[in-house]
Write a protein that binds this ligand. Sequence first.
Ligand code: AQP
Length: 333
Amino acid sequence: MKKEIETKKIIFSGIQPSGNLNIGNYIGAISQWVNMQEKYDCIFSVVDYHAITVKQNPDELRRRAIEVTKIYLAAGIDPEKSIIFKQSDVAAHTELAWILNCYGARIADLNKMTQFKDKSGKNQESASVGLYAYPVLMAADILLYDAEIVPVGEDQKQHVELARDIAKRFNGEYGEIFVVPQVVIRKDGARIMSLLDASKKMSKSDSNQNNCITLLDDIEVARKKIMRAVTDSGIDIEYDLENKPALSNLLTIYAILGTREIPRLVKDYKGKGYGDFKKDLADVVVKFLTDFQTKYNKISDEDALIILELGKERAAKIANEKMEKVRKAIGVG
Ligand code: AQP
């Protein structure tokens, strides 16, 4: 009997080296990736061309790309199983982005992107064209590798949906060149909120770092940040996104980084105050960071550079094959 060769689905995701990675990035994105490595062929990128959509210091940018690679490794991304590479090492990303800017993406699509509105704020006219067109580069990242699944936090959902539309439009015109990707978002923790303002996403480029617990935060600084985190009015520990958004956010962090689910935590803290709750949460966060940083500190910059070099070759091979098909289809090259 003929045995069917099982092909695994391909996963693509990435993070910009645009600041200190925080527990929001870990919970929303990286922690999902780690579990997916057994079941899927995974490709994880350090997307430095995305980072330059806002001005970066060149030395810092280079340093952070290595730091993000080490964070992927410390979190459990295994370079034997997954491809880890830096976006700017594979020129096909920017080449395909240009083509998709012309064939696939429309001004009307980009005008709808909420992240551009959030990031450019009142200065839309002076924002870079790159910041505006960023979702098209993200579509190129995904479509180059035939990724079927894109695991991200909730803020990136709209961009993956755009990648789907672009792929469908391009395929409609030029044949089945791209796989239409699907977004995967975790049920809890898809949007970790800022510690001092629960209406705002925890963001690595936030100018006030007291809003975030970063993965490489000094342990005692992290403890203080939790103790200073805002809570809502009232005295009971309850999960209620509408009326107690700050507390609900802290409960989510507690449950994901600790060992107890939210309903269990609510039960266990019945009759106790916010002070006790935050003290215990700080212990959970400190334990998580201590374990994470122990692993991180064992990885050298040289290790990270070697892994990026290997990843570059593997990613470029796949991406270049796709580019040949794309160029042929549109009549260039
Ligand atoms: N607060 C968050 N909660 C859950 N997931 C989050 N992600 C980001 N913030 C949270 C997810 O982490 C990945 C990082 O994506 P990115 O580097 O492309 O940038 P981003 O989405 O714009 O994240 P940041 O931290 O807010 O970066 P800056 O400040 O540079 O813009 C994505 O999967 C994202 O969904």
